[in-house]
Design a protein around this ligand. Structure first.
Ligand code: SF4
Length: 255
């Protein structure tokens, strides 16, 4: 088996996994979506709310605010942290954003984005809330899921059959991912992994290029929401599979 990092920027990560069965790669994808724990608001105590928005709607919106989740909480299944939202509209109508939600117990826990609108306050209105964040996973509620995208696709195999085709410039220009270039007058593959199977190059000259899927080779791509770094979410997904398989092995041993 081999793994190659294809992309890692911002919250995105793509790796190519070779000589590995699709079912295993997909299991990693599903574990990242549904098993990797994060903190999210579960309970809300509304102390004051003179806005036009019902308490229940505000509580629901707070639950959907992604919270940075330090690794130290991952082994604390019962961890609970209080965050406070205390806002007033003194000058005129204003929007209350997620950035005003503050953790009083641990400054390492904070909203991933400070710009999620929560509610509006008219002049003189105010809101005061205690919100309790707990650890959970995506299988309980999607608000706990640490990623917005997780895909598995086959790795592309790009073959140049005729590297002297008189349509080589058209083939190079047709590719939206710059997979081809011309080197010393020959059509050459520059970056096979960038291919998206759009088949535009084949439409130009089907006799000169061939696009196939590599056997037992897959590209796993994930995009983090921000509670964890993408690489950490991937590692946690893999570690959780190992943990669960270990538990299963122990059970089977006792049969
Ligand atoms: S299938 Fe599309 S992305 Fe892939 S090499 Fe051809 S033109 Fe480029």
């Amino acid at each position: 088996m081999a793994a190659k990092l294809l992309e890692s920027q911002g919250g995105s990560l793509s790796i190519r996994i070779d000589e590995y069965d699709l079912n295993y790669v997909n299991a990693i994808r599903r574990y990242i979506i549904s098993e990797v724990p994060t903190l999210a608001i579960e309970d809300v105590v509304v102390i004051e709310n003179s806005s036009l928005i019902y308490d229940e709607i505000i509580a629901h919106r707070l639950g959907l605010v992604p919270l940075k989740t330090p690794k130290k909480y991952l082994e604390q299944a019962g961890a609970q942290l209080m965050l406070v939202l205390d806002a007033k509209a003194e000058g005129g109508t204003r929007t209350v954003y997620s950035g005003e939600l503050v953790s009083v117990e641990d400054k390492e826990v904070y909203p991933v984005s400070t710009e999620i609108p929560l509610l509006k306050l008219a002049k003189g209105q105010s809101i005061k809330i205690e919100a309790y964040a707990r650890l959970g996973s995506g299988k309980k509620h999607s608000k706990f899921s640490p990623i917005s995208k997780a895909t598995v696709k086959p790795s592309p195999l790009v073959n140049v059959i005729n590297d002297s085709t008189d349509k080589m410039k058209e083939i190079v220009d047709s590719c939206p991912r710059s997979v081809f270039y011309i080197k010393e007058g020959k059509l050459t593959v520059a970056d096979e992994d960038a291919c998206t199977f759009c088949m535009e190059c084949v439409k130009v000259d089907a006799g000169s290029v061939e696009i196939k899927e590599k056997y037992n080779s897959y590209i796993l791509s994930i995009e983090s929401i921000g509670q964890h770094e993408a690489r950490d979410a991937l590692m946690m997904g893999i570690n959780l599979i190992q943990r669960d398989l270990g538990k299963l092995a122990e059970k089977v041993m006792t049969l």
